[in-house]
Design a protein around this ligand. Structure first.
Ligand code: SF4
Ligand code: SF4
Ligand code: SF4
Length: 231
């Protein structure tokens, strides 16, 4: 098995719900707390497994906002694993999930420097490295109903932009989405072979924001309302 995520950049609205659900699940989950620094202070911050970036791409009037969630890609050739001096970082053979053994991690930061996707964050309170676990404590939980054995971020996304599944199975939803929508990995030229894929945003048609267009639209709406009243 090769488990991972597909994220649809065409429909992600950048609401951060996935990041918050991830933080909530992983703070109360079985793998231990996701540290916050001064949560009620002036500048609250903390460790996150999933962060959403926002980019404005293209030139007006063909510009578009692209919201880009970023978490661990569970790379096939994971450089974070290659550089870890204690063996704390490892990739599971059975499903490809990359994890960190918290008991072996000494917080040296090598893996965070090696990861090209910025997916690892040092927990300064615990002195160990943290990152997305692909919700391993949800997806195999036999006590959860089958439909809930999915990552918290996938279950939460209100736009259904996130999908979870097995990339080794050509019939899985994630494999089909990648095939049908031209899904791609981030920076494949680096050679780490990320498992997570992104579906590209489709080009937008420019919206006519001219005063003439707006006046004509308002006129049409007024006509439509008048018609409603008189019929
Ligand atoms: S995205 Fe970064 S942390 Fe995740 S497996 Fe790849 S190199 Fe490691
Ligand atoms: S799969 Fe789980 S740990 Fe990873 S980003 Fe989603 S909610 Fe967070
Ligand atoms: S919850 Fe869904 S729509 Fe909102 S930021 Fe995350 S992926 Fe995008």
């Amino acid at each position: 098995m090769k488990l991972g995520l597909v994220i649809d950049l065409d429909v992600c609205v950048g609401c951060h719900a996935c990041a918050v659900a991830c933080k909530q699940w992983n703070t109360s989950g079985t793998l231990g707390a996701l540290t916050d620094y001064a949560p009620y202070g002036r500048n609250p911050s903390g460790v996150w497994f999933n962060r959403i970036r926002h980019y404005e791409v293209g030139d007006f009037p063909h510009n578009k906002t692209v919201n880009m969630p970023l978490s661990c890609m569970h790379c096939e050739d994971a450089e974070c694993v290659n550089v870890c001096p204690t063996g704390a970082s490892y990739k599971r053979k059975e499903d490809g999930i990359v994890l960190i053994d918290q008991d072996k991690c000494m917080g040296c930061n090598y893996c965070a420097w090696a990861c090209p996707y910025g997916a690892r964050e040092l927990d300064r309170a615990e002195g160990t490295m943290k990152k997305c676990t692909l919700c391993i404590d949800r997806i195999y939980d036999q006590y959860l109903p089958p439909e809930e054995r999915q990552p918290a971020c996938v279950l939460t996304c209100p736009a259904h932009a996130r999908h979870f599944g097995d990339f080794d199975n050509p019939l899985s939803k994630v494999s089909q989405l990648v095939r049908e929508r031209g899904g791609t990995t981030l920076m494949p030229e680096l050679g780490y072979q990320p498992t997570n894929h992104y579906l590209p945003p489709r080009p937008t048609r420019p919206i006519d924001t001219s005063a003439e267009k707006q006046t004509s639209l308002m006129h049409k709406v007024k006509e439509w309302v008048n018609k409603l009243i008189t019929t």
